[in-house]
Design a protein around this ligand. Structure first.
Ligand SMILES: C[S@@+](CC[C@H](N)C(=O)[O-])C[C@H]1O[C@@H](n2cnc3c(N)ncnc32)[C@H](O)[C@@H]1O
Length: 366
C-alpha cells in the first residue's frame, strides 16, 4: 500500500508518495529535490504564457498541477503508470484545477498532438523522447528538458555518452559545463534534422541534474545559426589551455607540446538568453516559492555569465597545478579585470571563474 503525504510547493498542495528511498521502482515517483526545477518552470511558463503546457512524464502531477494552479495555463499531463494517473486526478481535485490527463506512451502522445510547451522530465536520460518532442512542438514553441544521467554527460562514463548522446566526452575540471553543453548539443542536433534551430532561453546545472529550456524555431536562418554553435572543445591537460574548434580545425598537439583531448560535438554558444534571465530573475523575486532565494541567485548568475562562452576555470585546480597557496577568487577576478579582461562568476562552481583571458594570462595574474 502506497503511503501518501501532503506537501506544499509554491501555492499548490500536493499528495505525494512517502518513500524511504527514491528509485524508479517507486509506485509513483516524486522527488522533493526537484522543487527548484519545478519552481523555475512555473516562472518560465508565467513569462512565456504558452497556449498549452504538456507535462509529458508527469508522475504525481507535481509540475503539471502547479502549472495549472499557479499560472492558469491549459495543462495536459501524461504518464504510462496508472497509479500516477490516479494520483494526478486526486491532486487536480485537491487544488480545484481542471487538467487533461492522458495515460499513453509519451512518444505516442507526441506523434498525435502538437504543443506549444513540452516538458520532458525522465528517469535518467531524455534521449528517447527528444526527437518526437521536436516534431510535436509548434514552431517557436518551447522544449524543456531535464537529464539526470550526469555521469554519462560529464565524462565519467565516456562510452555511455557516446552511446546515448553520440558525443565524445572528456573528464575536465569544468565537467559540469561540458555535460550541459553536450545535452543542449543533443537537442540542437535533433532539431537540425527537422529543419529547425534552437535558441536556449535558460539552462542550468543543479546538484544531480541538467535542465535546459530552448525555443525551437523553423527556418534557414535559425538552422544556420544553430549549426554555427555546434562545435568541438579541445583541452590540454598539461597547460590547461582550452578552446572551441570546428571539425576541420582540430589539432593533435597543444602549443605547449602537450596532447590535445577533444570533446563533442557540443553546444558552444550561449546557454541562456541575457534578457530572458533578467525577466526570470524579476519573476522569481516576486514569487513566494520555497526555493525563491536559490532560484533568484541562479537566474542572476546564469544571466551574467553568458557573454563569455569559453568554459570556466577552476581556480583552485590551477593553484594546485602551480603548487602555489590559494588566494581569494574576488582578488583574482579584480586583477584580471584591471588587465582589461572580461571576467564573471559562474553558476557551475563557487571556485569557478569565467574569463576571456588565456590560461597563460591567468597564470601571470595568479
Ligand atoms: C522522473 S518521473 C517524473 C516526475 C515528475 N515530472 C515530477 O516533477 O515529479 C518520470 C515519469 O515518467 C513515466 N514514464 C516513463 N516512461 C514513460 C513513457 N514511455 N511514457 C509515459 N510515461 C513514462 C514514469 O511512470 C514516471 O512517472
Amino acid at each position: 500500500m502506497m503511503r501518501i503525504i501532503e506537501v506544499v510547493e509554491g501555492r499548490t498542495k500536493l499528495l505525494v508518495p512517502r518513500e524511504e528511498k527514491l528509485t524508479k521502482r517507486n509506485e509513483v515517483f516524486y522527488n522533493p529535490e526537484m522543487e527548484l526545477n519545478r519552481d523555475i518552470s512555473i516562472a518560465v511558463a508565467k513569462i512565456l504564457k504558452p497556449g498549452e503546457f504538456c507535462d509529458l512524464l508527469a508522475g504525481s502531477g507535481a509540475r503539471g498541477v502547479r502549472i495549472a494552479k499557479e499560472t492558469g495555463i491549459t495543462t495536459v499531463m501524461n504518464d504510462l503508470n496508472p497509479k500516477a494517473v490516479k494520483l494526478m486526478e486526486r491532486n487536480c481535485r485537491l487544488n480545484k484545477v481542471k487538467c487533461r490527463i492522458t495515460k499513453q506512451s509519451a512518444n505516442q502522445l507526441l506523434a498525435t498532438e502538437k504543443f506549444e510547451f513540452i516538458d520532458i522530465d525522465p528517469f535518467g536520460p531524455p534521449i528517447r523522447f527528444v526527437d518526437s518532442a521536436i516534431q510535436s512542438v509548434k514552431n517557436k514553441g518551447i522544449l524543456a528538458v531535464t537529464a539526470t544521467d550526469t555521469s554519462a554527460l560529464c565524462g565519467t562514463y565516456p562510452k555511455a555518452c557516446k552511446r546515448k548522446y553520440d558525443s565524445v566526452s572528456v573528464r575536465t575540471d569544468y565537467y559540469n559545463e561540458l555535460g550541459l553543453r553536450t545535452l543542449i548539443g543533443f537537442v540542437a542536433r535533433n532539431a537540425l534534422r527537422h529543419e529547425a534551430g534552437i535558441q536556449p532561453l535558460f539552462s542550468h546545472c543543479t546538484r544531480h541534474y541538467f535542465r535546459t529550456y530552448v525555443r525551437v524555431v523553423k527556418g534557414r536562418r535559425n538552422v544556420n545559426e544553430t549549426l554555427s554553435n555546434m562545435r568541438f572543445l579541445q583541452h590540454c591537460f598539461s597547460c590547461l589551455w582550452r578552446d572551441y574548434r570546428n571539425i576541420n580545425e582540430l589539432e593533435q598537439a597543444c602549443e605547449c607540446g602537450g596532447k590535445l583531448d577533444t570533446a563533442g560535438p557540443l553546444w558552444a554558444g550561449e546557454f541562456a538568453n541575457g534578457n530572458f534571465c533578467r525577466s526570470l530573475e524579476k519573476e522569481l523575486l516576486n514569487s513566494e516559492f520555497n526555493k525563491r532565494n536559490e532560484a533568484v541567485k541562479l537566474a542572476n548568475l546564469v544571466g551574467s555569465e553568458q557573454k563569455i562562452t569559453l568554459p570556466y576555470y577552476n581556480i583552485h585546480k590551477i593553484f594546485k597545478k602551480l603548487r602555489k597557496p590559494v588566494t581569494s577568487t574576488p582578488e583574482i577576478m579584480e586583477n584580471l579585470a584591471k588587465k582589461g579582461f572580461d571576467v564573471e562568476r559562474t553558476h557551475f562552481s563557487g571556485l569557478g571563474v569565467r574569463t576571456n583571458a588565456e590560461i597563460s594570462e591567468i597564470i601571470k595574474v595568479l
